[in-house]
Design a protein around this ligand. Structure first.
Ligand code: TNX
Length: 495
């Protein structure tokens, strides 16, 4: 097999159907044009052009007509591939992506990207033959929700660092980016009606470094737009009623005793709580929800709800009974860490399972009431767990999670009482107690983020460790070109 045809065996996530056209190749040239025949197709065409132009040095103009040759993105795919699916056909003269929505076009673009030589990932002009193997691909995801979470509280990441990670996850068809924006150590988003949340609560991080460690609302909007242009919806999280020390350090009135808490730069969890029986708490929460809902086009708002260890069960239920309706009042659907779901009567609300067991009575009962679940089991897809005893970064409270551990589980048959139909998808969180730089992010996320993306997208039938490890290893040349600091562990045969 030629190197070009070999790329058809290396796609990650694995598509539903790949039919090679032997001996056919399409070659990108300085004269190639991109044609996009709808608004949805144009959004993805722009992303495609921005990926292809720097490394090819070609102009690749986008035209809004169809054509017999070149790259054509067009609507009107068969209904069976759904809203996120796509068809990709490569002949000698034409590449066609057909989809029913912008999401489908974005997914097709990411597949096409992997069919080009690894040098396509370069930021400067490369002199290679830009050949693409002849093929007919039909593809659609196993699950709708394929998420990545970044904790920007324990350590702050600048907008450029967040964009770098968004770019990296988009390549694997991740469609939700969950930003963990508030915690004990930091409040990271400007709230105009409570400005000290950021001037005080956004002034430090784990380890005690100080600076302007928050996003203005404009910076947040810009991140949302950046993600959208890659087919990704941002999910903002405001963690409550626990994990709130940064807010309590900013405003005395959020504490029952009227005293500001000291800023916290350690890594303990479970010690803080909003005052459950004070009305000011709910004015505060409503202001936050109103402001964030107004600048978040996506449907979800994540309310945290985890590890409220100093809050009694009764207080926790009281808090949620007042807060969950506020999220709905501002037009958003609730997501929360799975503990909260015991308090929810609205089956639209989504628990995100983060436990390390395969039995959870609350989640099983919620599924019976009609809730769908996002799967983030700590001992499988927590990207901050160490790979092995030698990993310098990371924690190990959920266990050591080597690449194969992160792959060998079935999201649709993992939790007792939670079946394939109950699962909305898979999300890989990256908590950052030990993570300071983009290189650190990449060391923990690569390769386990692509593993989670595979579990969220690929058909269950293709699940096979050896075949997967080979496809994963084949990504390495692309990551080297991009300068991704991946963990080259021994379980994977790296190319
Ligand atoms: C648990 S998982 C937490 C986070 C920590 C993380 C570290 C969850 C919902 N809460 O507060 O950062 O463990 O792995």
């Amino acid at each position: 097999m030629t190197e070009t045809a070999g790329r058809l065996q290396e796609l990650l996530p694995h598509p539903v159907r790949v039919e090679p056209e032997p001996d056919v190749t399409f070659t990108l040239t300085p004269n190639t044009k991109i044609h996009a025949t709808s608004e949805d197709a144009t959004a993805a065409a722009e992303l495609l052009a921005s990926i292809l132009r720097p490394s090819t040095g070609f102009a690749l103009p986008i035209e809004h007509t169809t054509a017999d040759e070149g790259i054509v993105l067009t609507d009107g795919a068969p209904a069976e591939i759904g809203q996120e699916g796509y068809l990709l056909d490569v002949t000698e003269t034409r590449i066609t992506i057909r989809a029913n929505s912008a999401a489908g076009h974005f997914n097709g673009v990411q597949t096409l990207r992997q069919l080009l030589p690894a040098e396509i990932e370069a930021e400067t002009e490369q002199h290679v033959e830009w050949q693409i193997p002849g093929v007919s691909v039909l593809d659609h995801p196993r699950y709708h929700h394929r998420g990545a979470m970044l904790d920007v509280t324990r350590h702050f990441f600048t907008p450029d660092q967040v964009k770098r990670y968004i770019d990296q996850v988009a390549a694997f068809k991740i469609n939700y980016f969950h930003l963990h924006l508030t915690d004990d150590q930091g409040w990271r988003l400007e709230i105009q009606s409570w400005p000290e949340l950021t001037t005080i609560g956004g002034s430090t991080e784990v380890g005690g470094r100080t600076g302007r460690f928050f996003y203005t609302q404009d910076e947040y909007r810009d991140l949302v737009t950046y993600a959208q242009a890659r087919g990704i919806t941002v999910i903002p999280e405001f963690d409550m009623p626990g994990h709130t020390n940064a807010a309590q350090a900013s405003y005395a009135e959020l504490n029952g005793d009227g005293e500001k808490r000291p800023l916290y730069t350690g890594i303990d969890v479970g010690f803080s709580s909003l005052a459950i029986n004070d009305d000011v708490t709910y004015r505060f929460v409503e202001d936050v929800i109103r402001e964030i809902a107004a600048i978040t086009p996506g449907p979800y708002l994540h309310i945290g709800g985890d590890e409220a260890l100093t809050t009694s069960d009764e207080d926790y239920a009281t808090f949620m009974s007042r807060v969950l309706p506020l999220v709905e009042k501002y037009g958003k659907t609730v997501i929360g860490w799975h503990e909260f779901v015991k308090t929810s009567e609205n089956p639209e609300a989504i628990p995100q399972f983060w436990g390390t067991t395969t039995t959870d009575d609350n989640v099983a009962a919620a599924v019976k009431r009609g809730h769908k679940v996002i799967m983030s089991p700590g001992n499988r897809v927590y990207l901050d767990m160490k790979y092995d005893e030698d990993t310098e970064l990371g924690l190990k409270w959920a266990g050591l999670v080597d690449v194969r551990d992160s792959y060998d589980w079935n999201p649709g048959a993992y939790l007792d009482g939670v079946t394939e139909e109950d699962v909305l998808g898979v999300e890989a969180p990256l908590w950052t107690e030990t993570v300071l730089t983009s290189a650190d992010v990449e060391h923990l996320a690569f390769p386990r983020l692509p593993v989670a993306a595979e579990l969220g997208w690929a058909p269950a039938e293709v699940h096979d460790w050896d075949a997967f490890a080979r496809r994963l290893g084949a990504q390495a040349p692309r990551w080297r070109v991009k300068g991704i600091n991946f963990h080259a562990g021994k379980q994977v045969p790296w190319k």
